[in-house]
Design a protein around this ligand. Structure first.
Ligand SMILES: C[S@@+](CC[C@H](N)C(=O)[O-])C[C@H]1O[C@@H](n2cnc3c(N)ncnc32)[C@H](O)[C@@H]1O
Length: 261
């Protein structure tokens, strides 16, 4: 992987974990995972976590939700190493496997997972239909696909404000609209597709995050990164809040099912 393709190095991981919780590289912590799972029964299930990041959620799926086996996959070396350390620290090597995979495919047999889970990772994958078709193949008939992701509210050209935010974010974002996601899921074969717009929640949450970054705690964030790094993050957060306020940036939860046969 070239240097340009690395989005989450050690510094970035430490920054996100400090803001969002140990092992978490996306907002909301355990509460948001609970809302996303919304009572879905994970006990004794075999689960794939796509874009597992530093593994905080991957571990929680076993520890807090009783999953029997979880395979976490990611494309970046630093996050994979961090997730492996977390699994070892939690003595969950028998239940959790973390794999570094290539960007273009999920290296698993067909029909082998009960549930495919993902939190805020598909935004990095521009071809939604291709990735959702792969998820469909690896799921067992009747299996569930549950994920959260960062979406754009429409299919037109992004607004100037959104373009500015995406430029600052510099995370190779490939945002799609709710209808693009819905159609990609449908085309891949999924049924019973449900979605939940989390804009209202994140609009408030992002303000709290900005307050943390620009308030008295800023120094402690600079200590693990740098003054410039935090300055850039504050700029990015302000730009993000602008597009959250207009509703153009609209994180969503999705639940869909692979038909029984
Ligand atoms: C915002 S982080 C979320 C990580 C984790 N799910 C969490 O919520 O803490 C997005 C993750 O997606 C991973 N990612 C990017 N492209 C990917 C791909 N093609 N396949 C799998 N993971 C990918 C990144 O390396 C990163 O770890």
């Amino acid at each position: 992987m070239s240097k340009d393709e690395i989005h989450y190095d050690i510094t970035h991981i430490s920054f996100l974990e400090k803001l969002w919780g140990d092992g978490y590289m996306s907002p909301g912590g355990k509460k948001e995972i609970n809302r996303l799972l919304n009572g879905l029964d994970l006990t004794e299930k075999k689960i794939l976590d796509v874009g597992c990041g530093a593994g905080g959620i991957t571990v929680s799926l076993v520890k807090d939700y009783g999953a029997k086996e979880v395979i976490g996959v990611d494309v970046e070396e630093d996050v994979v190493n961090s997730a492996i350390k977390r699994v070892v620290k939690n003595r969950l090597k028998d239940n959790i496997e973390i794999l570094l995979i290539g960007k273009s495919n999920l290296p698993f047999e067909d029909n082998c997972f009960d549930i495919v889970f993902s939190k805020d990772s598909f935004v990095h994958i521009p071809d939604k239909e291709k990735i959702f078709s792969q998820v469909f193949k690896v799921l067992k008939p009747g299996g569930f696909f549950v994920f959260s992701d960062w979406l754009i509210s429409h299919d037109q050209k992004p607004s100037k404000e959104m373009e500015y935010y995406l430029k600052l974010e510099d995370l190779g974002f490939g945002m799609g609209s709710p209808s693009l996601y819905h159609n990609a899921l449908k085309k891949s074969g999924f049924v019973s597709i449900k979605k939940n717009n989390r804009n209202k929640w994140y609009k408030e949450e992002a303000r709290k995050e900005l307050q943390i970054l620009s308030g008295p705690a800023r120094k402690s964030y600079e200590e693990i990164t740098s003054n410039n790094f935090i300055e850039d993050q504050i700029k990015t957060w302000k730009a993000m809040i602008r597009v959250l306020d207009t509703g153009e940036h609209c994180p969503h939860h999705f639940l869909a099912q692979k038909p029984e046969n």
